[in-house]
Design a protein around this ligand. Structure first.
Ligand SMILES: [Zn+2]
Length: 470
């Protein structure tokens, strides 16, 4: 197909522009389905969302489309469009179609499932996380075919769109196990992460892992009058406060045994890229719950602290009397909920062992301690930036955004490490949303022109990969 006069050498851009209105209309339609995975009352909607996607893929010409809905996982969608060349590489695109709950719904300026296009922004639950990015890939494949004039893509493209990501992907390993053959691939393209910013597009190269647990300290069997027994028996809340205070040293380093032993430091190139990204401290603080100052591990920049350094956070701490007025007791128990963000190559299991040891060492005589893990945790993941697919993604994004693209990571967690572990292939990230899209919050939005650039980048990537992966 010949390009338009404005972009004679950019057939993907021309194709995306021609399809843009249909793309927005389709995405708006999908966003009306409240596929809230966390709420059983909406599980029928998750199924409806999966059917919507499957029907749309079939209408787009995908030759093999399936809804995996035999349970216990909420319905996932799988599709495959084989390349004409049987020796071409196979790429698996990962995304999800379940969405977060919408509470508090009164804070939404537009109802969350009545998508509203305001200027360049499309508002609605799931617009950014993650239906927008899945729809971006559907457009990318169409644009790739239009730009190349071919009836099949240059790489075999598989799509795996999960229905439980917002619930922590509880059955993803079952799906990966049951569908090993269908999901077999040479590369995963993971599309559930943002660009660094609108002015500084980036290629994400990793996500942190996470491990969480609650620590419970118990003294006697019941609360006791602080005038009668206080000063004569251990106070579990005081003991717990000492444990929490001991979790970090004065430099902000976590004091679990060997906590940093497996940490892989980023490459010089990655650190240089992070340092070159625009960073506005005031904006960062405003977007960080209105914090007053930056704080964290000594010797690392803010971006490094959230992208490539592990952390320990107190998520909640409670015990004894918390009602109005005063109640003079020595409490029977006290608890703290902790989470640890992990970086390659930290292992959640080893962190769990180190936490149990730390708790035992900080449990005084007469106090019983218990560590209740919140599941197995999620391992961290980072792709080797020297892998040719990472370079291909960066080149595709640079061409689509008309500017240099640097490396970034995200501080959050997701199933990239699981996909890497089960499928045995590298995972690269292609995202075109923004960190301030208010995902998981009221007034989630996506910036439509960025999704269009992302689709153009995806379309170019499919053209680049056969040669880059040779
Ligand atoms: Zn997501």
């Amino acid at each position: 197909m010949s390009g338009d006069p404005e972009h004679p050498d950019r057939p993907e851009r021309t194709a995306v522009a021609a399809l843009a209105d249909d793309f927005v209309a389709g995405l708006r339609d999908w966003l009306t389905i409240p596929s809230i995975g966390a709420d059983p009352a909406h599980h029928g909607d998750v199924a409806r969302s999966a059917r919507w996607l499957a029907d749309t893929l079939r209408a787009d010409g995908w030759p093999d489309v399936r809804v995996w809905d035999s349970g216990p996982a909420l319905p996932a969608v799988y599709a495959c469009w084989p390349a004409a060349d049987p020796d071409a590489p196979t790429v698996l695109v990962y995304g999800h179609h379940d969405v977060q709950p919408v509470d508090p719904v009164e804070l939404w300026r537009h109802p969350p499932f009545e998508p509203a296009l305001v200027g360049e922004e499309l508002f609605g639950r799931g617009a950014s996380d993650d239906k927008g990015q899945v729809a971006m890939h559907l457009l990318g494949v169409k644009a790739h075919l239009a730009a190349t004039g071919a009836s099949a893509p240059a790489v075999t493209i598989k799509l795996f769109v999960e229905g439980e990501e917002e619930s922590g992907s509880p059955h993803i390993t079952k799906l990966l196990d049951e569908h090993r053959d269908e999901l077999a691939c040479d590369l995963v393209v993971f599309s559930d992460t943002p660009l660094y910013s609108r002015d500084a597009p980036t290629v994400c190269t990793g996500q942190r892992g996470v491990y969480g647990a609650e620590v419970v300290f118990t003294g006697g069997g019941s609360d006791v009058h602080s005038g009668r027994a206080g000063g004569s028996v251990p106070n579990p809340a005081t003991a717990l406060a000492r444990l929490v205070a001991a979790l970090h040293d004065d430099e902000g380093r976590v004091r679990l045994r060997d906590f940093y032993a497996d940490v892989v430091e980023p490459t010089e190139r990655e650190r240089a890229d992070y340092a070159a990204l625009p960073f506005d401290e005031a904006v960062w603080l405003a977007n960080s719950g209105g914090a007053q100052v930056l704080a964290g591990e000594a010797g690392w920049s803010t971006l490094e602290r959230v992208w490539v350094r592990p952390t320990a956070e107190v998520n909640g701490i409670f015990g004894g009397y918390t009602g109005p007025g005063l109640k003079t007791i020595v409490p029977a128990s006290a608890s703290v909920k902790l989470s640890f963000r992990l970086v390659p190559d930290q292992d959640p299991e080893r962190i769990a062992d180190a936490l149990r040891e730390f708790v035992a060492a900080h449990t005084p005589d007469g106090v019983r301690s218990e560590v209740i893990a919140a599941g197995d945790g999620a391992p961290p993941y980072a792709v080797d930036v020297s892998h040719p697919a990472v370079g291909a993604v960066r080149d595709a994004l640079e061409a689509a955004f008309d500017q240099p693209v640097r490396y970034s990571r995200t501080g959050g967690s997701g199933p990239a490490a699981l996909l890497h572990g089960w499928l045995g292939v590298p995972v690269v990230y292609l995202g075109a949303t923004l960190p301030d899209d208010r995902i998981h919050a009221p007034n989630e939005r996506v910036v439509v022109p960025l999704l269009l650039r992302g689709a153009e980048a995806a379309a170019r990537l499919w053209r680049l990969l056969p040669e880059r992966l040779r």
